[in-house]
Design a protein around this ligand. Structure first.
Ligand SMILES: *Cc1c(COP(=O)(O)O)cnc(C)c1O
Length: 421
């Protein structure tokens, strides 16, 4: 099936007389006829539902849809995007390990790595994702266990050279995790270019309507944990599962089974049936929406780029952009509706511009059907020092604009009058 068709039909195929629309299974628990069957479920010897923290029929269908869209072997929904990146990394990392991350990533993820992971004894080296292979190689250590980046960085809109970074990670026997939130599998499938694991904040374009928090982790099944030779938690017996080995018992599904059986079991940041139902509604129209976000985004970016009050704009699909060759390779259908720009007059002019917008609203949100705007330095990224801000590609006056699905003339008119003001 093509992705447009998968968005409507993958994951849930009703049988004779069953509901046409994915039903909400609003039950935390499931009943069985024998203790033996429940024991087999707990031993992971058979699949089935026994407690909604570990699996729910509604959530399961949405996970299968997303796995199909990304081209992976399995997926696990989480309560938020933050939970997805946390659980994805902690499925691999333990105290004493090290990871390499692009520095220009979402502020919440930066904080998670720089502060919370550090408190857990996990060391992170932040790198400029555009540095040469030789420079990037210097960040790797004997205890490095993964590499992390975003397809399109939030908010600086840099494009990750997924294939190059995946090759580099694999040369060091570690997987590449890519946050594909802004591109969605409609515009880019990181697995096609060698990424091993994908995470999303489904709160953004996948849900699209700003109604439900969520995240998802998707496993390509391609990383060979055994051959890499330094992932004993995947290849050796797990004492919390009666000596079961994830690679031994689950092969290509080792990562996503471990993520659920260990991390979701212990940390519990699960998606709800109701939440998954909303997410599924969003996914059904995702291809249409992404196409229009990309089209409207390009029109608004073109307007801003030629406006005399705009000093600089980051929308890598624009002609002449540094990352345009990467857009052509990884995002040939366009790059979504998010852009960032800097006005003449910096921070003060930016604040005045935002206060004069009327259709485009000021929100701590992005990647929504309604156009919205944000000043990262005073909101999402306000915990960061000026040096950390600079490393994330954010100047104090930077404005992040998320172009929605309104008529582009109305969006441009609102921006134009606010710039005049
Ligand atoms: C919003 C966002 C997150 C965090 O997701 P939540 O659902 O808000 O927890 C992670 N990565 C990116 C790229 C985001 O935009």
């Amino acid at each position: 099936m093509h992705r447009e068709t998968q968005c409507l039909h993958a994951g849930y195929t009703p049988k004779n007389g069953e509901p046409r629309v994915l039903p909400i299974v609003q039950s935390t628990t499931f009943t069985y006829e024998s203790t033996d069957e429940v024991a087999r479920l707990f031993n992971l010897e058979t699949s089935g539902f026994f407690y909604t923290r570990l699996g729910n029929p509604t959530v399961d269908c949405v996970e299968k849809k997303i796995a199909a869209l990304e081209g992976g072997v399995g997926a696990m929904c989480t309560s938020s995007g933050q939970a997805a990146s946390t659980l994805a990394c902690l499925t691999i990392l333990k105290s004493g390990d090290h990871m390499v991350s692009a520095s220009s990533i979402y502020g919440g993820t930066f904080n998670l790595f720089a502060v919370t992971f550090k408190r857990l004894g996990i060391d992170v080296t932040f790198v400029d994702q555009n540095a040469t292979d030789e420079e990037l190689s210097k960040a790797f250590r004997p205890n490095t266990k993964l590499v992390y980046g975003e397809t399109l960085t939030n908010p600086s809109m840099d494009v990750l050279d997924i294939e190059r970074i995946a090759n580099l990670a694999h040369a060091h026997n570690v997987p590449l995790i890519v946050d594909n939130t802004f591109a969605t599998p409609i515009l880019c499938r990181p697995f096609d270019f060698g990424a091993d694991i994908v995470v999303h904040s489904t709160t953004k374009y996948m849900d699209g309507h700003a109604v439900q928090m969520g995240g998802v982790i998707c496993d390509s099944g391609n990383f060979d944990w055994k051959a890499a030779g330094h992932f004993p938690e995947f290849t050796e017996p797990d004492p919390s599962y009666h000596g079961l080995s994830y690679t031994g018992s689950f092969g290509k599904m080792a990562f996503i089974v471990k993520a659920r059986a260990q991390l979701m079991r212990d940390i519990g940041a699960c998606q709800t049936a109701q939440g998954a139902f909303y997410l599924n509604l969003g996914l059904e129209t995702l291809p249409l929406r992404m196409e229009r976000h990309a089209k409207n985004g390009m029109l608004v970016a073109t307007f801003l780029a030629s406006h005399p009050k705009v000093n600089a704009i980051q929308y890598p699909a624009l002609p002449g952009s540094r990352d345009l060759p990467l857009v052509t390779k990884y995002l040939p259908k366009g790059i979504c509706g998010v852009m960032s720009f800097e006005l003449q007059g910096g921070r003060e002019a930016g604040a005045r511009f935002i206060d004069h917008l009327s259709l485009v609203s000021l929100e701590v949100h992005v990647a929504d059907i309604r156009s919205c705007v944000l000043h990262p330095a005073s909101s999402t990224h306000r915990q960061l020092t000026d040096e950390q801000l600079a490393a994330c590609g954010i100047s104090p006056g930077l404005i992040r604009l998320s172009v929605g699905l309104e008529h582009p003339d109305d969006i441009i008119q609102d921006i134009s009058q606010a710039l005049d003001a």
